[in-house]
Design a protein around this ligand. Structure first.
Ligand code: CMP
Length: 828
């Protein structure tokens, strides 16, 4: 019992110390880990060889408590790894990560293997240790800590993509290194040699099994989120439980890698959390995790540094040389990855190239952090390992981490300066000035307004304005730069607008998350290619992407309507919201941006915005033409949500001004919430592909005898064509013909385009003549079609010579270039 009190006492003192030291790190602009390491060294003196004797009782107690704390190091893996990995997983931008996933995984996993091999093989001949022990050391120093590099990248405004790449790489290499770590520890403690194949198999099971298990658990947590509703404390508890449960269950019972499972679960929560939880609750969950991570990080660093000091007297000068060897090997491994492996991945088009200067920063910024320290502590406390292996690995790993924190971290900024990456790039500088100019105007306006409403003399306001106004930026900007700055401001504004709609709960979280990550892409595209990049990136939402194409395929081939209905509803909603926001952007650009831009740049920017607006309108018109009532329902839902928000704002204000009581407010809000629940679900899109109704709308079928009608009905299949889709491609083999039920298609002929409307058919010629398709036929907007497969077509015309004759007649006329009456579009 007394022991527990001593440990708690030591913990409390530690927390107080790290709490007070954290602001110091910020003030001195040094990495937090550096300050923590220093604290650990000082505390180590209390416990280690220079333990003070005969001092005050509390001091002796503290020293004893710290010593006890250190003895529990073997539990560290279980205590600290889950929170460290879980927070890391929560804080990466999964959407951006997904785009570079292949590259990140490859980089991370291969990088760890390279590090383990290079460090292991470099030390083996010189350290007098077994190869397995040297490889274990390689695994312990494998995980990189991205915090410093990410911080630096944010400071210098590097592309978001790079930050995600570095953070993602670190996340997965933590997992890979820890899996290898467990493998080597098992190898060393059991003493049996492991065959290469068994090792590989173990790794594969650990990885794949761990990922699957983690994803499953993360998904289950999603259900729990719905259950906990608006309670932030409950949601946080669920995530903390998730991190530990996944880890323990994975390691002990399921037989997969717990760390991989934690990482996978965290990524799933990072995606699902914002959509299943209310924004404020999700924010609280993230804040709670930052707190846990801070505690975990601090304790690990302090305790590991203490351990290093305690075992220092046993260390020889030789160990210092070995640490330097680790430094060189680890840097070499990182160089191999960035200068050999990365170009290869770029060549395979799995990712875009990274600038040379950024590469250097990533190499030198490959610091080691808490995860390495935890592994080192775990090795030190692992009784099953031979003692000399424990000392060797722990001391060198901690020594190396110290080196990265004491030498690499502080030199990162000077290196940036050397590489000229430290100053805001000219563009960023101009952007800053522009923002400054815009806000200054706004502030001036408000100051004048305030003076007016408080009845203060206007000279007073003018004086304040003159005094407070920062130097106005000089207008020496080229047209190109002016346009770039304008575009970047626009992208930032777009992002803000989405965020605002999210906070006001006008837009759903899933939708906003995807819109926001699309603005991140716009930003990188503008930086890379300027206006061209912006146009390309913003046009993305207009195109049909693989998931939507897959849904179309599933509808046509398998008759599955649901996926297509969801994909189209998603698209319509996305287009609608983007169009609203682009409208707002247009106003912003004319009112606020245009006045401060150079004239040509202004014209180009406004033209580009107009173009974007036009394209969105075209896409929306296509949707509205085919699905008018659905489009209206979507827009109405958006408006209803705005109304609900305004209503809540008004109730809250009245409560604040004490015009209504708490009870009345609660009652009003309950009533509002009930109505809000009604619009919380998006209406379901009816694709309008009911076979019987569709057949009914083709006049040609009415003219057929009853028996032929029935035969046709059983062979026709409904289908939807997307705007601009090439339904039939010239020169290809013909497999089916089409009847247009709604919408129009364009037949692309050498002499021009021919429009076919509802009631007309196409694709009959190739079936009749068995020759390749004579022309390409494209959908103009969404088209409802009835499709008749080749085999059924033959059967139908065999039984119905009159129909055959009709098809042949139309085909012959078409071939001759005239338009027979019966193929003219008829109104359905
Ligand atoms: P098919 O050759 O199978 O594929 C292209 C289709 O375009 C063709 O069948 C006809 O249905 C259609 N088509 C070709 N020429 C004309 C035309 N002059 N007028 C209308 N439709 C045509």
């Amino acid at each position: 019992m007394l022991d527990l009190i001593l440990v708690l006492f030591a913990l409390a003192i530690l927390l107080l110390a790290v709490g007070l030291l954290q602001p110091l790190a910020t003030r001195l602009a040094v990495p937090q880990t550096l300050v923590l390491a220093m604290l650990g060294v000082v505390l180590g003196l209390f416990v280690g060889p220079w333990q003070p004797v005969g001092l005050l009782q509390p001091v002796t107690d503290l020293s004893e408590g710290l010593e006890l704390l250190n003895l529990t190091a073997e539990g560290f893996l279980f205590l600290f790894l889950p929170p460290l990995l879980f927070t890391a997983g929560l804080s990466v931008d999964v959407r951006l990560l997904r785009e570079d996933m292949a590259a990140v995984l490859l980089l991370a996993v291969v990088a760890v293997f390279v590090c383990v091999l290079v460090v292991g093989l470099t030390l083996w001949p010189l350290a007098g240790m077994s190869l397995a022990a040297c490889l274990l050391l390689g695994a312990v120093v494998g995980p990189t800590d991205p915090a410093a590099v990410v911080g630096v990248f944010k400071d210098i405004g590097a592309p978001r993509r790079l930050t995600t790449l570095v953070a993602g790489e670190s996340l997965f290499n933590d997992a890979a290194a820890i899996v290898l770590f467990s493998l080597f520890v098992a190898l060393l403690s059991q003493g049996e040699p492991l065959s290469f194949l068994t090792g590989l198999e173990t790794l594969a099971i650990a990885f794949l099994g761990g990922s699957l298990f983690g994803i499953l658990a993360g998904k289950l947590a999603g259900y729990a989120f719905r259950w906990v509703g608006r309670s932030a404390v409950a949601a946080t508890s669920v995530t903390v439980a998730l991190a530990y449960l996944v880890y323990i269950l994975g390691e002990r019972y399921v037989g997969v890698s717990g760390v991989v499972a934690v990482v996978a679960a965290a990524l799933v929560v990072a995606v699902d959390g914002p959509t299943h939880l209310v924004p404020t609750v999700w924010q609280s969950v993230k804040t709670a995790w930052q707190q846990l991570e801070f505690w975990g990080n601090s304790l690990v660093f302090v305790l590991a540094s203490m351990l290093a000091v305690i075992s220092l007297p046993d260390a020889a000068g030789e160990d210092l040389l070995l640490v330097l060897l680790v430094v060189v090997a680890a840097l070499a491994a990182r160089c191999l990855v960035l200068y050999l492996l990365l170009p290869l991945i770029v060549l395979l088009r799995l990712t875009r190239p990274i600038g040379e200067r950024f590469k250097l920063v990533i190499v030198w910024g490959g610091l080691r952090g808490a995860v390495t320290m935890v592994l080192a502590l775990a090795v030190a406390g692992e009784a099953a390992l031979p003692e000399e292996v424990r000392d060797f690995v722990a001391l060198l790993a901690i020594g190396y981490t110290f080196f990265t924190v004491l030498v690499q971290a502080p030199s990162l900024k000077p290196i940036l300066r050397l590489l000229k990456l430290d100053r805001l790039p000219p563009l960023e500088q101009q952007l800053r000035d522009r923002v400054l100019a815009l806000s200054v105007e706004e502030v001036d306006r408000q100051v004048r307004h305030a003076a007016e409403s408080y009845d203060l003399p206007s000279e007073l306001a003018e004086r304040v304005i003159l005094k407070e106004r920062p130097a106005t930026p000089e207008p020496s900007m080229t047209e190109d730069d002016s346009l770039l700055v304008g575009l970047l401001t626009l992208v930032t504004r777009e992002r803000e607008l989405y965020m605002r709609h999210l906070h006001e709960q006008v837009l759903g979280r899933r939708l906003v998350a995807s819109l926001i990550s699309s603005t991140d892409r716009h930003r990188d595209a503008v930086r890379d290619e300027g206006l061209k990049g912006w146009l390309r990136s913003t046009a993305w939402v207009l195109q049909f992407h693989p998931p939507q194409r897959l849904a179309i395929w599933a509808q046509r081939r398998m008759g599955w309507r649901q996926p297509l209905a969801i994909a189209l509803a998603d698209r319509f909603e996305l287009l609608l919201i983007t169009r609203f926001v682009v409208g707002e952007l247009r106003d912003y650009a004319t009112e606020r941006l245009a006045p401060v831009m150079q004239s040509d740049a202004r014209a180009a920017l406004l033209a580009a915005l107009d173009e974007r607006q036009r394209e969105l309108d075209t896409a929306l018109t296509a949707a509205r033409t085919r699905y008018p009532s659905y489009s209206e329902a979507l827009a109405a839902r958006y408006l209803a949500r705005i109304a609900l928000r305004l209503e809540a704002v008004s109730y809250n204000r009245q409560l604040e001004e004490q015009l209504i009581s708490r009870e009345v407010h609660a009652d009003l809000m309950r009533n509002r919430d009930q109505r809000s629940a009604k619009v919380s679900h998006r209406p379901i899109l009816d694709l309008g592909l009911e076979l019987a109704e569709m057949i009914d709308r083709v006049p040609l079928f009415h003219e057929l005898p009853q028996a032929s009608q029935q035969r046709l009905a059983s062979s026709l299949r409904p289908g939807l064509a997307l705007p601009d889709e090439a339904i039939v491609v010239k020169g290809r083999r013909g497999r089916r013909m089409y009847f247009i039920v709604a919408g129009e298609v364009l037949v692309e002929l050498p002499g021009g385009k021919i429009r076919l409307g509802p009631g007309a058919f196409f694709g009959e010629m190739a079936l009749l003549s068995r020759e390749p398709r004579s022309a390409t036929v494209r959908a103009e907007g969404y088209c409802h079609l009835l499709m008749l497969d080749d085999v059924d077509f033959r059967e139908v015309i065999r039984r119905d010579p009159e129909l055959r004759h009709h098809f042949e007649e139309v085909a012959a006329a078409r071939r001759a270039g005239e338009q027979p009456k019966s193929s003219q579009p008829k109104e359905a």
